[in-house]
Design a protein around this ligand. Sequence first.
Ligand code: ADP
Ligand code: MG
Length: 229
Amino acid sequence: IELEVTKLERLNLIGQLAAGLGHEVRNPMTTIRGFLQILHTKSDLLPYKSYFDLMIEELDRANSIITDFLSIAKNKSTEFKRQCLNTLLTNLFPLILAYAYSQDKKCNFEPGEITELDIDSSEITQLVLNLARNGLEAMHNNGYLTIRTFMDDQFIVLSVKDEGTGIKPEDVLKLGTPFFTTKENGTGLGIPMCYNIARRHFAKIEVKSGSEGTTFLIRFPQHIGNGAI
Ligand code: ADP
Ligand code: MG
């Protein structure tokens, strides 16, 4: 147990250092991006337009890695508010729908009868967006992404199901490991972020995956604290 604690503390310290570093690196990146954007519209540099596009794209990619990393390393404490998960999802769904449509994919939202629960809206938004994005990215054919909520026993369950390629059994074990990605442009930080958010909500993540697709189930308790767990 002692070993575990030291390991955790060390991870925490690394997280804090990385977060600081991320912030510092971002400022010069913003400057560079600004100047690239100016140069990119100069007519005598037009022959190099594709280079500029690529530079900006790569900067944006680096920036999104930092964003994902910061939200994992962040120290901000989770702010629980008792609310209805269906309302949050109803507000969020148009965004997911628009994203899906832009890639010729479809999605459904099937809210079930659930009780209110203690959640941090921005964290849960992030979690759902990460899972939805992965689900959509896994579908090459015109499959459906389905987001559902329902009660199971005492728990409120959020399910994000896709009809995509599925995850190889050996890769399922790697889910949650930072930087594990099978995508050319992946960061491998989306799922670790989901695990962190779930942990802060005392929720459990269950993954079912096969040739017919993947389902992520997040099981939330109705109450946080007060011996509810
Ligand atoms: P990224 O999306 O940047 O690769 P994530 O942490 O979000 O990073 O996901 C890690 C890896 O887990 C992905 O690269 C992919 O191999 C696998 N994965 C996650 N969700 C799904 C899914 N719904 N279907 C298939 N593979 C998935
Ligand atoms: Mg992802």
